[in-house]
Design a protein around this ligand. Structure first.
Ligand SMILES: [Zn+2]
Ligand SMILES: [Zn+2]
Length: 252
């Protein structure tokens, strides 16, 4: 049984309940370690912050304060809470971002890509519907190259949703094998854990991130796999963890 769940959101970003409710749900579900990892976006340009699904920059300190408060309330001999963030990676400012986060009591940073040079990868199918197949292929190629760059920073201990662009079912029609191989090798060389994110099973793509075939390649490279739920609601803190173990066993 998996007793750790480290990829979870609260109302500090795009989750549905507060941190304490998430932590208590994890405890009630029998987990031993719970991590909160709300979205943290540092803009690359100077403009008013307008991202509703990220912790507001002016409230980052308060986020960590609340995390520490909840930690005090919920921790027991059998239950540990860890404090994380899911960081949007941008090549332009990741160093500045990581240096900024070092001012706070952060236990771990999940590295993620949700936006590619202005293109929102996973917010809605609408931007995808506006693309022709060539443009869809370009997004995929760019995504894997960006993911490789993310891993190469070695700044993140967990790499999020390896094949996120599949979320709404817009698949590439070109061979991306060299990009995928390069990204996987960078993940392996980074020493980070690759998440097996079970939330994908409940999205239009209907499979976890990464897909079983990509997971198989990750396992062949001896990349450590971490099962996560990417929960945005308390009933999801360990959603489909059993299914994930079954899948891993079938691939081993
Ligand atoms: Zn994410
Ligand atoms: Zn997430």
């Amino acid at each position: 049984m998996i007793t750790t769940s480290l990829h979870n959101h609260s109302t500090w970003s795009d989750g549905t309940v507060d941190i304490a409710t998430m932590a208590n749900a994890a405890k009630a579900a029998g987990l031993k370690t719970f991590g909160i990892s709300d979205h943290w976006v540092m803009l690359t340009e100077n403009r008013p912050f307008d991202i509703g699904w990220s912790i507001h920059p002016e409230r980052l300190e308060r986020y960590f304060e609340e995390c520490l408060e909840v930690k005090k309330q919920v921790e027991t001999e059998d239950f540990t809470m860890r404090i994380g963030v899911e960081v949007d990676f941008f090549p332009e400012n990741w160093q500045k971002n990581i240096a900024h986060l070092a001012n706070y009591p952060l236990d771990y940073a999940i590295g993620a890509i949700h936006n590619l040079d202005g293109f929102p990868v996973d917010s809605s199918p609408k931007p995808w519907q506006a693309l022709d197949q060539d443009a869809i292929n370009d997004i995929w190629r760019k995504y894997y190259r960006r993911l490789k760059a993310l891993a190469e920073t070695k700044a993140f201990s967990i790499i999020a949703h390896f094949d996120l662009p599949k979320k709404f079912g817009f698949r590439p029609t070109i061979d991306l094998d060299s990009e995928i191989t390069a990204a996987l090798q960078a993940v392996r060389d980074s020493g980070a854990q690759l998440e097996l994110n079970t939330a994908g099973w409940s999205k239009p793509c209907a499979e976890p991130y990464p897909s079983p075939s990509l997971l198989k390649r990750a396992l062949a490279l001896d990349i450590p796999i971490l099962i996560t739920a990417d929960a945005h609601a308390p009933q999801h803190v360990n959603r489909d963890f059993d299914k994930a173990i079954e899948l891993l066993n079938s691939l081993a």
